[in-house]
Design a protein around this ligand. Structure first.
Ligand code: SD4
Length: 334
């Protein structure tokens, strides 16, 4: 269980930071010391992605930026890496199936102009993030789902393929032996990618793509394709993305919340902590041990934040003047 005192303290600190942002115009007030992530520095280009194995994704995104691509190109290129990786059991090809053995994919993308595209419950297409981008760029809509999303993908030149690998099938068959419907997104089932980038022009984009919770109910959609839940970008302020138990992120609209908190004056770190504290405050007492949600955020200056409900969340960071790093995030509960 979560320590209520600790998360109330965190939440209060957040509120103070917002408040001081508002009263900063009073000349007698000292400038507030805002809490920063110890690994955070200013500057862009920057690419940040959930989970350490996604250093391969930040590498691809960085190369895209170096070759003159935009932040949007970079997050798409980054997201495609785990989508194609059979060893990533949370995304695309090789992703764990649902309870009935179907690999169903969710993804979303957002650009500097506030345009957004999303696909949910898409089957048989290896790169849902690219379909989401086409939804954004070629249709007047934001979200396509299921058969409609598949039809749209096929009409736009995508090919279907079997995304259930032998390994994923074997693991599912083993799970069926006990057939317990117990979705967890902490110990071994992560690597869903949320990725944010700022390009050399200072423009921000974000993407998020997943096969969702392993052995979920057929038809279940998580936070990852929901604009404002799994990912959100506002080019005036910053961006945020999420991983972990999507239901908690959806119920608190975590990524949108983080961007709005940054708009009110919080650092990315403070905003991630406040969004995490909100989940713990509302649902903490009811959550099974090990329930995980992890957040990443960047602001317009290229500072970043990272925080999670329980220890174990990590991320990949590639920033101007530095190398491709994998880093551990702090958590509410160790
Ligand atoms: C979901 N948030 O579908 C995703 C799962 C996840 O790492 O992030 N796994 O709820």
């Amino acid at each position: 269980m979560f320590n209520r005192r600790k998360f109330i303290t965190n939440a209060t600190l957040g509120t103070v930071a917002v408040g001081t942002g508002l009263i900063a115009c009073q000349p007698s007030e000292k400038a507030p010391v805002q809490k920063k992530n110890p690994n955070s520095k200013e500057g862009f280009p920057i690419v940040i992605a959930t989970w350490k194995p996604n250093t391969k994704a930040t590498e691809a995104a960085w190369q895209t930026l170096e070759n003159g691509g935009t932040a949007l190109d970079a997050v798409e290129a980054g997201a495609k890496v785990p989508e194609a990786d059979p060893n990533d059991t949370s995304v695309g090809y090789g992703g764990a199936p649902d309870r009935d053995g179907f690999v169903t994919l969710d993804a979303c993308i957002m650009d500097k102009d506030g345009n957004a595209g999303s696909v949910t419950f898409l089957q048989g297409i290896k790169h849902p993030i690219s379909v989401a981008r086409l939804v954004m760029e070629k249709t007047p809509h934001v979200m396509l789902s299921g058969d409609g999303a598949l039809q749209f993908a096929l009409e736009n030149g995508f090919q279907t393929e079997d995304l259930l690998t032998e390994n994923a099938k074997k693991a599912w068959e083993k799970w069926l032996e006990t057939n317990k419907y117990e979705p967890k997104a902490n110990i071994n089932q992560h690597d869903t990618i949320g990725i944010l980038a700022i390009d050399k022009n200072g423009d921000i984009a974000g993407a998020c793509t997943t096969s969702g919770m392993a052995y979920k109910l057929h038809g279940r959609i998580g936070d990852s394709p929901i604009i404002g839940a799994g990912m959100y970008v506002d080019n005036e302020v910053g961006g945020a993305c999420a991983t972990g138990v999507g239901e908690l992120v959806m119920k608190t609209l975590g990524s949108f919340l983080i961007v709005e908190l940054m708009r009110q004056g919080m650092t990315p770190q403070e905003a991630c902590e406040e969004a995490t504290a909100r989940i713990a405050k509302r649902y903490g007492d009811t959550l099974p041990e090990g329930t995980q949600v992890g957040y990443l955020a960047i602001n317009k200056k290229g500072e970043h934040g990272a925080f999670s409900l329980v220890k174990g969340f990590n991320y990949a960071l590639y920033q101007m003047g530095g190398e491709n790093l994998s880093l551990d995030a702090d958590a509410l509960k160790s």
